[in-house]
Design a protein around this ligand. Structure first.
Ligand code: GDP
Length: 470
């Protein structure tokens, strides 16, 4: 047993050394992680990024493109045989259909390899022929990063934290009333265990729907192939000194199995191999949901982003072993819901939301930036006269009625702290104004050859994430 493990890890080391050599000298590979909480916009981002890297007329902000050095970009079989492929073609077909619709969202980890053939710049330009960069894009739910926080928590600590949070959250199936000390001390009964796990999962879904972000364990919301398995059949219980054979003991055991069999392999096999990362955040959605959702998002981002500081956790440090993610971009998505005169304010909110985490990431050596973008622009801008005032609006097709509407979402404050401070202080609603967000359908596209789908600042995001390697 021990021997196989050693042999396993030896062969993995040799294999990865081999990879590194061939990658460095022949065809370099860049692994780009795309993450964010559910509905942040990962699927739309990857689909539009790939389409716009293949047809680059709308990518002037990507320097290698403006210098005319990208010769071609094409999809290739991905390097990891056991990982699902990101379903690019289906997602693009949804967005570019005659009546376009939004594609299905990310539910698990997936991967896509895009290879770019590039002419070198500078001194080497005349000496070398074109070279190929393989961009491996890895899509994974941000909820899974929250699980990193579980690695260093005991079942009792996690239970205590979650039960406290449940105090001010929706509880549609009465989980809190079921999770009593009596239940914890009772003998394990599988139907009871399942009822508790189901009610807890329902509470997580309801919390998520109300805009709360910290809903751990991450796989309860996005279980993938693990749905219904014992490793997902547990819930927090009031911490007690439990005897053997009790529900508490069994839940404690399953919590530990979740950490070692679900969380650890994800970090080991996927996360620790990333070079670059984009974290997508639906900041507008949270602002629309109100101060509590903004504060919850801020705390959750802080939790998620500890994953980018290998030093913060001995578990992570052991996985990275000197490697690290060297660039991280924090992007507020769906910026097409706002007139461009408001984009700077949205970026400022994004910066403020991730300030602590960004300071720490910079300390750990990674370069970070914040921006607002729309991977797929679904609106046009318009000034509308209202009570003698010109209001900067956006116009689009409403998702539920299919009607065209112009819409003023409210003005974000110049100073993002007006929002964040109210949120931190536990305000129930915004004092200075209301911020609404409409759900727009993707606009019907007529693309001329060479053009990818319309976007806002996707080229600038690509420049930050991969520009230096082209
Ligand atoms: P995921 O869960 O992170 O994969 O999120 P998706 O990429 O599926 O996006 C969730 C939803 O957000 C989509 O169905 C759209 O309604 C909306 N959305 C995502 N990106 C954009 C964008 O660039 N513009 C607009 N207007 N809506 C977007």
């Amino acid at each position: 047993m021990v021997l196989t493990t050693i042999a396993d890890s030896l062969s993995r080391t040799v294999e990865s050394a081999g990879n590194t050599i061939s990658e460095t000298f022949f065809e370099p590979t860049l692994r780009l992680g795309v993450t964010g909480l559910s509905r942040a916009g990962k699927t739309v981002f990857i689909t539009s990024l790939v389409a716009n890297l293949m047809d680059r007329a709308r990518m002037p902000g990507l320097v290698a493109q403006s210098e005319g050095r990208i010769l071609t970009a094409f999809l290739q079989p991905q390097p990891d045989d056991t990982l699902p492929r990101f379903d690019y073609e289906t997602h693009l077909a949804a967005l570019t259909a005659r009546t376009p619709h939004w594609p299905d969202s990310t539910r698990a980890v997936s991967e896509l390899r895009l290879s770019l053939k590039v002419r070198p710049s500078g001194l080497l330009a005349g000496l070398q022929g074109p070279r190929t960069l393989h961009l491996d894009i890895v899509d994974y739910p941000g909820e899974w990063l929250l699980d990193l926080g579980l690695m260093e928590k005991s079942y009792a600590e996690w239970s205590d934290q979650m039960l406290t949070r449940m105090g001010h959250r929706p509880d549609p199936e009465g989980f809190v009333a079921m999770a009593t000390t009596d239940a914890a001390e009772a003998k394990l009964d599988e139907p009871v265990a399942q009822r508790l796990a189901r009610a807890y999962t329902a509470a997580l879904h309801a919390a998520r729907a109300e805009g709360f972000s910290d809903c751990s364990p991450g796989r309860f919301l996005l279980p993938g192939e693990l749905e219904g398995s014992p490793v997902l059949t547990f819930a927090p219980l009031p911490p007690i000194k439990a005897a053997r054979g009790t529900l508490y003991r069994e839940f404690e055991r399953r919590f530990d199995a979740y950490k070692s069999r679900v969380v650890k392999p994800f970090f080991q096999d996927h996360f620790s191999r990333l070079d670059r990362q984009i974290v997508l955040v639906d900041a507008l959605g949270a602002i629309h949901a109100g101060p509590r959702a903004v504060e919850d998002l801020r705390q959750t981002l802080a939790d998620i982003l500890t994953a980018f500081r290998p030093g913060a956790s001995s578990f992570l440090a052991s996985l990275f072993l000197g490697r690290r993610i060297d660039k991280i971009l924090f992007a507020a998505t769906k910026a097409d819901h706002l007139h461009h005169t408001q984009h700077a304010q949205l970026t400022a909110v994004m910066e403020a939301l991730t300030r602590d985490a960004r300071d720490r990431a910079r300390f750990a050596g990674a370069e970070t930036a914040a921006m607002s973008l729309a991977a797929l622009r679904a609106t046009t801008e318009e000034m509308i006269q209202h009570e003698g005032q010109a209001l900067p609006c956006v116009r689009g097709t409403l998702l539920d009625s299919g009607k065209q509407a112009a819409f003023y979402p409210g003005a974000l404050p110049e100073d993002p702290n007006h929002l964040l401070t109210a949120a931190r202080q536990g305000a129930d609603h915004w004092l200075d104004g209301d911020y609404s967000v409409m759900a727009f359908a993707p606009a019907a596209l007529t693309l001329i050859p060479g053009e990818g789908p319309p976007h806002i600042r996707l080229d600038r995001a690509a420049q930050f994430l991969i520009g230096d390697r082209l």
